[in-house]
Design a protein around this ligand. Structure first.
Ligand code: ZN
Length: 247
């Protein structure tokens, strides 16, 4: 079985400009996220950062990516629109996209969702509880309910997103706020998962439970081959003849 090709993309800004963030993420946020993915034999992982030529997505990297993880925050407006378009095209063509934390405001995510994607507010610090909202969803496999994040950044409703498929997680915060912190979308042939926890001031991407959520999401978002015999409409082969006649 061939591996799922995963690219972890990060803007790599806080780590290079703020020593206190570099102390938490010495190999970068992308490095910590990639470290949690490498441990899973289903995945082949590489990293790409905004400060690299072509944001690290050139030379066939984006073309050969099955699932792209995106972390941006401080320098999102500087992402070249050419690559925003390229990511969007790849998602429509079937690439999975996992947008993390403040990437709710990233150009690729917003261009795919079609709304502002803003959270109504934010606050640094304090406990987050991540509640499972879709019990049988593959992204929740093996995930305790709730997940306790001792220190996190609060985002809150209303969350300006549209045409979502499933709310997988809802978080609650110490101030009583709630937020749809794990949400899925489909755009074209591509699956998208937004996952909110992951503020740079806290070591959230080292948490084994958070890593499991991310790995579950990668497996879920990976493109699946088209079925050999495409099915049009509902499968009625098990129905008795005449099932459609209303009595
Ligand atoms: Zn943050």
């Amino acid at each position: 079985m061939s591996s799922i090709e995963v690219t972890v993309w990060s803007e790599n800004y806080h780590e290079r400009h703020q020593p206190e963030i570099a102390a938490i993420y010495p190999d970068g946020i992308h490095g910590a996220i990639a470290d949690g993915i490498t441990a899973d034999p289903r995945f082949a992982v590489r990293t790409a950062t905004q400060d690299q030529p072509d944001h690290g997505l050139g030379n066939g990297v984006l073309e050969s990516t099955d699932v792209l993880l995106w972390w941006g925050h401080a320098d999102q407006q500087a992402v070249d629109d050419r690559w925003v378009q390229a990511v969007r095209d790849r998602v429509f063509d079937g690439m999975g996209l996992i947008a993390l934390h403040s990437s709710l405001n990233s150009k690729p995510f917003r261009s795919l969702i079609g709304t502002s994607c803003r959270s109504a507010g934010y606050r640094h610090g304090g406990r987050e509880l991540i509640w499972t909202a879709s019990e049988d969803h593959p992204i929740t496999d093996g995930i305790p309910n709730p997940v306790v994040v001792p220190d996190s950044e609060m985002y809150c409703e209303p969350f300006d997103i549209a045409q979502l498929d499933e709310v997988v997680f809802i978080s609650s915060f110490e101030g009583g706020e709630v937020f749809r912190s794990g949400v899925t979308f489909r755009r074209g042939r591509g699956k998208i998962f937004y996952f909110a926890p992951g503020h740079e001031e806290y070591p959230i991407y080292f948490d084994p439970i958070i890593r499991r959520v991310i790995n579950n999401a990668i497996a879920w978002a990976a493109p699946s081959p088209p079925p050999e015999h495409p099915q049009i409409g509902p499968d009625v082969r098990d129905k008795p003849l005449g099932w459609f006649v209303y009595g």
